[in-house]
Design a protein around this ligand. Sequence first.
Ligand code: CAA
Length: 384
Amino acid sequence: MQFKLTGEQLMIQSMVREFSRKVIAETAMERDQTKAFPGENLKKMAELGLMGMMVPFEYGGEGADTVSYVLSLSEIAYSCAATAVVMSVHNSIVCESILRFGTEDQKQRFLTLLTAGKAIGAFALTEPNAGSDPVAQSTTAVCDGDHYVLNGTKRFITSGKNSGVVIVTAKTDESKRHKGISAFIVKKDTPGLVVGKTEDKMGLRASDTTDLIFENCRVPVEDILGSEGDGFKIAMTALDGGRIGIAAQSIGVAKAAMDEAIKYAKNRSQFGQPISKFQGLRWIIADMATEIEAAWQLMLSAAAMKDRGENYTAQASMAKLFASEMANRITAKALQIHGGYGFTKDYPIERLYRDARVFTIYEGTSEIQRIVISNHVLKDKRKP
Ligand code: CAA
């Protein structure tokens, strides 16, 4: 059954589509080459309410539902996947975690900054030796009077350099496994928080991915998120929402790739006719459209479950798994349709192909999504 969007959801989608194709698309190709962070565009997005979409009005947000949010994120990703990942981590993970687990004081201090676009949010969970297994992290937070003192290195942090507010996890009690992990909200200018190396990535080049190094970084006790030991649960809850966001990002990029392939196929003639007339190619396009539609329905269904307050962990993983793998298949096929031109930087498909590659990796690899899904389907928990 086709998912029926409300009038308001359709209006938001159409407004973001127009903005994205007019403003965001304009510099996407150039940013891929220069790696210039889309700071000005993110400010414009904040003015449109895209940097605090699901945050209530009282904290400067838009009070939108998750469905409207993923529709918007997908539209931004259609034009620039690098801008979309910044929006995704900021909204799905950082704003949502503070909204859900923060104190009133934290909401007033941090959400108002984030929704106004005065600070970009980053999420620091991963470490050099703790990726798929975040319980193995070694960053520590030791309580010292009215501060926690953080030490350790976080890796692959989206917006590590350009963020203003970071949610970081650290061990407060080594003996308690995941229950010994806590989460903290840290302002970027806190002494002892240093930006380490910036990764030179294959795709999403306009979004900075860096190390964040905590060297005796003193965080006020009032900036712990939730209580001591809540950090792992906060991270997992945040990633459920984040994974629907990565599905939206994947769908945006896949749609852009299909549209590029169609445009190229209609304009390119070989053997006396546009190549779009060849059945072999038409069937590829038909499969692309079908796969995008399937991913679309999975994404909307997971988002609607979240909006209804249901447990959507497995559906978020299914949407992320299917959409991210679909985006990789579709960008590869779309590049193939471009022939030799697809291998050059003259056409956007080359960037879309590179950008899509990380979708099956970050916010939980495809393998991690299969663990989450199989645990739910089989109704017994197996360790990875
Ligand atoms: N929501 C709420 N709680 C959850 C949960 C969820 N989705 N998943 C697990 N939990 C809780 C469990 O209920 C359990 O709590 P109790 O002990 O109270 O029962 C606790 O967490 C531990 O659960 P598990 O034993 O299942 O945990 P695990 O160690 O076996 O790990 C995992 C499970 C799914 C493999 C998890 O480690 C995981 O998701 N790993 C991938 C990490 C990841 O996605 N990293 C991405 C980095 S962030 C990023 O990429 C952002 C970016 O910048 C783009």
